[in-house]
Design a protein around this ligand. Structure first.
Ligand code: MN
Length: 234
């Protein structure tokens, strides 16, 4: 093959201690996977199968990052989520086999332009630009499943400037991780490097520049970011 026309973009990766990095291929996200959050978004948690959307791998930012307040919103919101890091692959995975695909787990934030999302929903347009913008997927280091076992419970929490905004338990998910993997694998072929953001509990809310967001899940590496003034491009 001939040379690339320009240098290929760097591969997004997450630290996976001890001593390795997890190369990120794609980011899948589950919508409305906790009853209380589905209700606060106006959904019906009891009748819907899980649904998915995506973010680009380039949306990853690491623990400790300063994240510029994005353009095109006046209502940027935090959604703290369990992130599943996949090292196996396949189609039509049975739920009983799904845990075999998991490399480990991380703590993530599905950052959302809520005002834009609401507007796009009303118009029947894709949410894409409300979810898939630059720096929209802050994610902690990955804790290997070898250390945690298969996760199905544990506290999940999000604080803004030290004040708790979200507090729940992974056991409150409508669709547990194995079911999510099974459903997703009917839609696409899952592959090593995929991340799955598994949905957020109630308590999502706005952040402004200067805010410090801390997300934590029992037994996993924590995540803290700071929202900073957007850079001017003048
Ligand atoms: Mn979410």
């Amino acid at each position: 093959m001939s040379d690339y026309a320009f240098a290929p973009p760097p591969l997004a990766a997450l630290p996976a201690p001890p001593g390795t990095s997890f190369p990120v291929r794609r980011i899948f996200c589950v919508g409305q996977n906790y009853r209380d959050h589905a209700k606060e978004m106006g959904g019906n948690p009891d009748e819907e199968p899980p649904f998915f959307f995506m973010k680009p791998a380039s949306a990853i930012v690491h623990d400790g990052a300063a994240v510029p307040y994005p353009a095109g919103t006046r209502d940027l919101q935090h959604e703290a989520e369990l992130v599943v890091a996949i090292s196996g692959g396949g189609r039509n995975i049975a739920p009983e086999r799904a845990n075999e695909l998991i490399f480990g787990y991380a703590t993530g934030l599905d950052m959302t332009k809520r005002d834009l999302q609401t507007e796009l929903r009303k118009k029947g347009r894709p949410w894409e630009m409300a979810k898939s913008f630059d720096c929209s997927a802050p994610c902690s280091a990955i804790t290997p499943k070898a250390k945690t076992g298969a996760l199905s419970r544990g506290g999940i929490e999000c604080k803004v400037n030290g004040v708790v905004r979200q507090r729940s338990d992974l056991s409150a998910m409508i669709w547990p991780v194995a079911q999510i993997i099974a459903f997703l694998s009917r839609e696409i072929e899952i592959a090593p490097g995929d991340l799955i953001f598994t949905g957020t509990p109630a308590g999502v809310g706005p952040v402004v520049s200067g805010d410090r967001i801390e997300a934590a899940i029992e037994g996993l590496a924590a995540l803290a970011i700071e929202i900073v003034e957007a850079q001017s491009f003048g």
